[in-house]
Design a protein around this ligand. Structure first.
Ligand code: GDP
Ligand code: MG
Ligand code: K
Length: 298
């Protein structure tokens, strides 16, 4: 029997820190969406492409959805709901360890208005006893009609293949949209900025809120030179935050730069010279212009 080629777009939604980026990275096998133990690390949608011999799945890692507190929040939600309508399938990912919460309720509210099939993906099953799983499943299913329910561990890989099989079952017949060797259609510029942002958030622990942005001023490779020169600015909201990011005699910024550079070199497969600056721009989240500057266009 001839197997028809299937392809489609799959949106991953869920509260912050349920493991969306971890899942995406496991499936695509390359660090494209940044992972951290802090919420809302991913602000833009990132696509990862999984190509097999008879299918292509294009995953979208949507921002952690939450009730809007400011302009950026509004923007994120609009972006997410638009995405829901356009995709072939939605993976609603939850953390079985935490169970049902208000954040979930809000996302389900947004999902109710769309006709796209929704899978309930219960992540982090490695953290709970199997007996604890069923009550959690019931909790979610009493509130929403899911197309499928799949427990997984994105971190350890349990049941991820099963989920991929299920996903394939819901994809329409379609062409291979992207070349087989392409794992993301995001410009490297964005990935680089996210890698820097990830390091800044990790390194400064709780001292720096999520209100930082990274803008890439320049990526340059001069003829005959082995090294790619990258100049980037970390944008914070307050002078005190600038001090923290720079650190004592620049130690923190240096450390952020070194760690980011290693990841960027892996990404680009080339030596990198990274020059980092820190700039204060007050209340950037509420300024539409700033949003455009940082690439949050819709
Ligand atoms: P996101 O905000 O939904 O993208 O979540 P992340 O992928 O950044 O993951 C948040 C945290 O949860 C990270 O510390 C991950 O290592 C952890 N995590 C993700 N998936 C699993 C899992 O299956 N099991 C466990 N134990 N931890 C996980
Ligand atoms: Mg994420
Ligand atoms: K996160």
């Amino acid at each position: 029997m001839e197997n028809k080629h299937k392809s489609g777009f799959i949106s991953i939604v869920g509260r912050p820190n349920v493991g969306k980026s971890t899942f995406l990275n496991r499936v695509i096998g390359q660090k494209i969406a940044i992972m951290s133990d802090k919420p809302q690390t991913t602000r833009n949608k990132i696509q990862g492409v999984l190509t097999t011999n008879d299918s292509q799945m294009i995953f979208i890692d949507t921002p952690g959805i939450h009730k809007p507190k400011h302009k950026l929040g509004d923007f994120m939600i609009k972006m997410a709901t638009n995405t829901f309508r356009e995709v072939d399938l939605i993976l609603f990912m939850v953390n079985v360890d935490e169970g049902f919460g208000r954040g979930d309720e809000y996302i389900m509210e947004l999902l109710r208005g769309v006709k796209t099939p929704v899978f309930l993906v219960l992540n982090k099953i490695d953290t709970v006893h199997p007996d604890e799983l069923l009550p959690v499943i019931d909790q979610y299913r009493s509130k929403f009609e899911f197309t499928e329910t799949v427990p997984i561990s994105a971190l350890e890989g349990n049941n991820v293949e099963v989920l991929l099989d299920q996903i394939k079952g819901y994809l329409p017949e379609g062409p291979q949209y992207y070349p087989a060797d392409q794992v993301t259609d995001h410009p490297e510029r964005f990935i680089i900025s996210e890698l820097i942002r990830e390091k800044a958030l990790h390194m400064t622990r709780e001292e720096i809120p999520h209100s930082i942005a990274v803008s890439i001023e320049q990526i340059k490779k001069e003829k005959g030179r082995e090294v790619i020169d990258i100049m980037a600015t970390i944008v914070v909201e307050r002078d005190s935050q600038k001090g923290i990011v720079i650190g004592k005699r620049g130690a923190m910024l240096k450390e952020i730069g070194q760690r980011a550079r290693e990841d960027i070199e892996n990404l680009l497969g080339s030596k990198v010279y990274l020059e980092l600056w820190v700039k204060v721009q007050k209340d950037w989240r509420n300024k539409a212009n700033s949003l455009r500057d940082f690439g949050f266009n819709d």
